[in-house]
Design a protein around this ligand. Structure first.
Ligand code: SF4
Length: 267
């Protein structure tokens, strides 16, 4: 079994949803404009670090989706997204706080760690570089609203950053958040993950791998107003046996489970 952060977090959120996705092959229809734009934007960032033209790279990547029928939120459009993206790239270059040496080697880095029982954990780190001169693991995010910064230390609890610190053995982590709003903004959020937290995360991964291996997939429905996780779960139609919801949100992919670790690339 090859596990990733995405798989572990999906299992911890609701084991039944994990089973639907990874074992039964029910996949969310991937047509959200913001998510696809985020992937294109990261390719433009990579071009910037390779000293190529990032705006041209963004137009090329995002241009492939110009005629696609994508799900846009209110106020979103192909043009608006590209406009915001170019602004953010310009601002990021001007602020010049992030340095990635040898970008061919230090962007989208695949790291694999062996787990007990012959399993493996795989992660794709967005970047290993320096933020304000401090070496760290960096994760890029594109979003429409600012990430919370208070209380202090909040970021050190972020499970994705914990997983990256654990697998890389690098204590310093950072999120570079590209906020797509009227006045584009970039947040540079830093945290240091302690050895104790990294070890704790490692034990969580091993315990989760053992539960998955034992075929334990109970439903964690989370029906509690107002934080009802089922409302944002793509598999709600399956749990409610609602064919209309299933047709609207999911597609069935058979025989793709050996490629599931590729999900990690979209985070
Ligand atoms: S709808 Fe709720 S119970 Fe069903 S898989 Fe999703 S989170 Fe789990």
């Amino acid at each position: 079994m090859i596990l990733s952060y995405t798989q572990i977090s999906k299992y911890l959120r609701c084991p039944r949803s994990y089973r639907y996705h990874y074992l039964d092959g029910w996949r969310e229809k991937d047509t959200r404009a913001a998510m696809i734009f985020g992937r294109c934007f990261e390719k433009a960032l990579a071009a910037l670090f390779r000293r190529e033209d990032p705006a041209a790279a963004l137009f090329e990547e995002w241009g492939a989706f110009r005629e696609a029928s994508l799900e846009c939120k209110k106020g979103e459009s192909w043009d608006r997204l590209v406009h915001q993206g170019v602004h953010l790239l310009e601002r990021f270059a001007q602020e010049n706080r992030v340095c990635i040496r040898a970008p061919q080697k230090n962007l989208q880095i695949k790291v694999v760690r062996a787990l007990p029982g012959g399993h493996e954990f795989v992660a794709y780190l967005d970047a290993i570089g320096e933020l304000d001169g401090q070496p760290c693991v960096i994760d890029w995010k594109t979003t429409t609203s600012r990430y919370p910064e208070d209380p202090e230390g909040l970021l050190s609890l972020d499970p994705q950053l914990l997983s990256y610190s654990w697998i890389s053995g690098i204590p310093a982590v950072a999120l570079v958040v590209f906020v797509r709003k009227h006045r584009p903004e970039i947040q540079y959020l830093k945290a240091v993950i302690s050895e104790e937290r990294r070890q704790e995360f490692g034990r969580l991964v091993e315990a989760t791998a053992a539960q998955i291996g034992a075929g334990e997939f109970p439903a964690h429905s989370g029906i509690r107003f107002p934080q009802n996780g089922c409302m944002s779960c793509a598999h709600l139609g399956l749990c409610l046996n609602d064919q209309q919801l299933i047709d609207a949100d999911l597609i069935r992919c058979r025989g793709a489970s050996s490629l599931d670790w590729l999900d990690e690339l979209v985070d």
